[in-house]
Design a protein. Structure first.
Lengths: 281, 275
């Protein structure tokens, strides 16, 4: 029982098959087995179309799997969703223009009928956490992309979920903002103590953030390798220039190649691989 | 969270000032246009029955003021009633079609096809259904004309929601009602209002044109125009057109004003430059 309590997400034989055009079914996920321990930061990385976003949505019970068993906090994913056991952050911040920043963060609290003063207190706490104090009366479109994404993270954390699901949350941001938010996210992760499942197509981002990197291969999407990231905590800007960081990046890239991802890796990832190869030489 | 008392956003007065200066060119065009009209009709000696001068129209407006006022109000009531019925039904149908998408997919092609029907052609038939002297026959035309743009725009607004928005609501275990209330309906408002603004214009057209097909003389701006043109009193007809236009513009501006208030959060209303 205690072992079960330590597992935040447990996937057994999870498959997802989409009915494709002209009767040709597409296997998005093929018998995935994966355990995420409570408090871990796990990244899912792989080429476009490897099913990493699908896997994240299956964990969140936003997509039903064709086959397999998913436990979140020891209960079926569907029940976990009904219990609001996780918060989710998408690549697009998905903030509502008709709500101010404060009321966007308060949305999940309103839906659980928290009273006004408790809500206001939590919103302040969240704004502080993502360093946006004083912005609660602004509208989302008055903020930069990075700030909007921080609001989205604050909203996801406002119910203090044990699990945070993130689907390429920094994918649309520039490199500088992304690196700053990476460090900020790690700080939030440490303070909140929640488990994070993080989808990315950036090797460096995955290595920098994670305690474990799950490398996926495409068509059908399956787990090709799992790489433990033994970089010391807390990670800081200097971590990015540590020799061990480059070793792990190289290792993950090797696993991605081994997974047959070489030809399929997205444009951004390919550029990044080239850049890193330069640096290492 | 003070949702009611909002601080004055920076630049609000500057914006208001610029808006006033935006009006000046338009006002100049209006005054200049009317003046040019007056001068050209006099100078080129254009016949009265082709185009009366603005002063003649104003005189006709004064002389027939009581008739025009009564008939204008009655016609406006028809337009407003038709607008209310058409808009209400349009929104209701849009909500149903958005809620039950399968039904929507089955019905929508026909709704779009029906939108292409020249509805005013039904005026004699509606007169037959509801009675020639009954204002409901005219209201029905106005409401059917208003129905389609509101329904189609509302439906588009209710359904063109970012897929992640719906996923987010699902992650909160929100039901259909909550998703509509918190996401789909607010998201649809900019679309709904563009439909409403089109509908205000159509309501007035529907009311006046349907009156051309007969009805009670004492309440009809349309018949006033028809009868006066038949007897070559063109300045009178033009005066009635001015009344109808002012009422139509008034209805449009009222809706536009409500839109400004209802969508005060919308970037197009508040201006992106505040960023």
């Amino acid at each position: 029982m205690s072992a079960l309590a330590d597992v935040a997400v447990s996937l057994r034989g999870v498959s997802k098959r989409y009915a494709g055009r002209a009767g040709r079914a597409v296997d998005a996920l093929s018998s995935i087995d994966l355990d995420v321990r409570a408090g871990e930061f796990v990244s899912l990385i792989g080429p476009s179309g490897c099913g990493k976003s699908t896997l994240l949505r299956v964990i969140g019970d936003l997509i039903a799997p064709t086959d397999g068993e998913i436990l979140v906090n020891g209960k079926p994913a569907h029940q976990a969703r009904l219990d609001r056991d996780y918060g989710i952050v998408f690549q697009d911040p998905v903030l509502y223009d008709w709500r101010t920043v404060g009321r966007n963060i308060a949305l999940p609290l309103e839906m659980l009928r928290w009273d006004r003063s408790t809500r206001a207190a939590r919103v302040q706490e969240m704004l502080e956490l993502v360093e946006l104090t004083g912005f609660e009366d602004h509208h989302p479109w008055q903020l930069s992309g990075g700030m909007q994404q921080r609001v989205s993270i604050a909203r996801a954390l406002s119910l203090s979920p044990a699990l945070l699901l993130m689907d390429e949350p920094f994918g649309a941001l520039d490199e500088m903002t992304r690196e700053r938010l990476n460090i900020e996210l790690l700080r939030i992760w440490e303070r909140s103590g929640s488990t994070v499942v993080f989808v990315t197509h950036s090797i460096t981002e995955a290595v920098f953030l994670s305690t474990r990197v799950v490398v996926m291969s495409s068509r059908p999407g399956r787990v090709a390798a799992v790489v433990d990231i033994d970089l010391p905590q807390p990670r800081e800007a200097e971590t990015r220039v540590a020799p061990r960081f480059f070793e792990l990046v190289t290792l993950v890239r090797g696993r991605l190649r081994g997974a047959g991802a070489e030809l399929d890796v997205g444009e951004a990832a390919r550029e990044e691989a080239l850049m890193l190869a330069e640096e290492e030489r | 969270m003070s949702a009611i008392i909002e601080p004055v956003p920076p630049g609000m007065f500057r914006r208001a000032g610029r808006r006033a200066s935006d009006w000046i060119p338009a006002a100049v065009v209006l005054v200049g246009g009317v003046a040019l009209w007056q001068i050209l009709v006099d100078a080129l000696n254009i016949q009265k029955f082709i185009l009366p001068t603005p002063t003649e129209i104003i005189t006709a407006l004064r002389q027939n003021w009581n008739t025009l006022r009564v008939r204008g109000v009655a016609t406006f009531e028809v337009a407003l009633g038709g607008f209310a019925i058409g808009v209400g039904l349009g929104m209701l149908v849009a909500l149903c079609l958005a809620r039950w998408r399968r039904l929507g997919r089955a019905v929508l092609p026909y709704a779009i096809a029906a939108n292409a029907i020249p509805i005013i052609a039904f005026a004699p038939i509606f007169n037959n259904w509801f009675g020639l002297l009954n204002p409901v026959s005219k209201m029905a035309i106005a409401s059917v004309i208003c129905f389609f743009p509101v329904m189609i725009n509302s439906l588009r607004g209710l359904t063109s929601v970012h897929p992640s928005s719906i996923e987010l609501m699902r992650s909160y275990a929100a039901g259909e009602a909550a998703t509509f209330r918190r996401v789909r309906i607010p998201n649809s408002l900019p679309y709904v209002f563009s439909g409403l603004k089109v509908a205000t214009v159509l309501a007035m057209i529907g009311a006046v044109v349907s009156q051309y097909f007969g009805g009670s003389r004492t309440t009809s701006l349309g018949l006033f125009i028809k009868e006066n043109t038949a007897e070559a009193r063109f300045a009178q007809a033009w005066a009635a057109i001015v009344v109808a236009s002012v009422l139509g513009v008034g209805l449009y501006l009222t809706v536009a004003l409500i839109e400004r208030f209802a969508l005060r959060w919308h970037p197009s209303v508040r201006g992106r430059q505040e960023r």
